[in-house]
Design a binder for this molecule. Structure first.
Ligand SMILES: Nc1ncnc2c1ncn2[C@@H]1O[C@H](COP(=O)(O)OP(=O)(O)OP(=O)(O)O)[C@@H](O)[C@H]1O
Ligand SMILES: [Mg+2]
Length: 361
């Protein structure tokens, strides 16, 4: 099986409102997939359809090779779900909730209890196994929910914002667990607003916006696309400026023309080979910035608070060396240096503020 999930024009309407609109998506088997999108984009609605908790209005999907409409029971056996809102029984203890889940999936009593112990140890909730769920903290409830969802050893695990409200250490426990489950061959579908989490864990990412799949790629692929789009935009911006300069040149004197040609060369050069470098300097002062501005390879320098400068400059190895030398010569104390590539958050904001649909594979 190549894909753990494949959707075919999957659509969910609430009255006239399309919460999920003609979704065509293929999630690789045994991968960790990050499902992103703004609030109300349709992530939970999609997950509900894929986990047979809600029926599609039109279209369908296969999950673990089974059609969600024709074989919902087979789908349910293959999946585990950690919902956005913890859905355990408050009056029952942690252990009783987990046992109930195991029984629901037909796990034998011995297996159920040994797995429950192992999983509870793993997420560190065993100490509270006899407490009613209603008396647990949010994070403890989430841990109990994780154990309950894994008791039948599902092939595919759906996690809908699983680390919300978890403390940093517990988050890491959950991330390690997701990686471990994946290395055992399980597919993971993770809805999240935490870009660090997504970048850390996910092989592929889909971004849904207003019910429509707006992007689908690896995290690096999404960033590369954004870098290329930015380059194209920059080229078109600078060619527009060049056109304006050429218009003005028609009326200019020979002397003015020479100056205009210099401007055009500068625009062209800057467009062809510029890069951005972000440098943190703990003792940043005017002199350091002035000296950098004097270098012929710097185009623009932006000073940010907290001593960071962003330098738009010629894209070559020698120019990076020149920048560093200049800072050192002027007694600048550099504490970090990095190229300014877009983050996954930049990609998210860009993709979700456009209205586009990605095609089928
Ligand atoms: N039962 C329902 N009845 C009517 N509208 C609904 C229902 N469930 C969800 N919606 C609407 O469908 C849209 C998608 O909701 P959904 O819960 O799928 O968003 P989401 O992407 O999971 O958002 P979030 O990141 O906030 O969890 C929203 O506009 C929501 O109001
Ligand atoms: Mg949701």
């Amino acid at each position: 099986m190549k894909y753990c999930v494949e959707t075919f024009d999957l659509t969910k309407n609430y009255g006239d409102f399309k919460a999920v609109d003609d979704l065509k998506m293929k999630i690789k088997n045994k991968s960790i997939f990050g499902f992103l999108g703004p609030n109300g984009a349709g992530k939970t609605t999609t997950i509900k359809m894929l986990t047979c908790l809600a029926l599609p209005t039109t279209g369908t999907a296969t999950v673990a090779g089974n059609d969600i409409l024709k074989n919902p029971n087979e789908v349910r056996q293959k999946i585990g779900m950690i919902p956005q809102m913890v859905s355990l029984y408050g009056d029952l203890t942690v252990k009783e909730n987990i046992q109930l889940c195991g029984d629901f999936y037909g796990v034998t009593r011995d297996l159920r209890d040994s797995r429950a112990d192992e999983l509870m140890e793993m997420v560190d909730i065993k100490y509270a196994e006899n407490k009613p769920v209603s008396q647990l903290s949010g994070g403890m409830k989430q841990k109990a929910s994780v154990v309950a969802s894994l008791i039948h050893q599902p092939d595919i695990l759906f996690l809908d914002e699983p680390t919300i409200g978890l403390d940093p250490t517990t988050k890491r426990v959950l991330w390690d667990m997701v990686e471990e489950l994946n290395s055992e061959g399980r597919s993971i579908i993770l809805c999240s607003h935490d870009m660090y989490e997504v970048e850390l864990l996910c092989d592929d990412v889909g971004i849904i916006n207003r019910g429509v799949l707006a992007a689908f790629d690896t995290p690096q692929g999404l960033k590369d696309t954004m870098i290329n789009e930015r380059k194209t935009e920059k080229t078109s911006r600078s060619s527009n400026i060049t056109k304006i300069v050429e218009e003005i040149q028609k009326e200019a004197s020979p002397k003015e023309n020479a100056s205009f040609n210099k401007i055009k060369d500068y625009i062209e050069k800057k467009n062809r080979d510029s890069m951005e470098l972000s440098i943190m300097i703990s003792n940043l002062d005017e002199n350091i910035v002035n000296q950098l501005e004097k270098l012929p390879i710097t185009y623009n320098i932006t000073k940010q608070h907290s001593g960071r400068i962003v330098i738009e400059m010629e894209d070559s190895e020698e120019s990076v060396t020149q920048i560093i030398s200049s800072i050192i010569e002027n007694n600048g104390n550099m504490t970090s240096i990095s190229t300014k590539d877009p983050s996954l958050e930049d990609v998210f904001v860009r993709v979700t503020t456009k209205k586009e649909k990605v095609g089928e594979e």
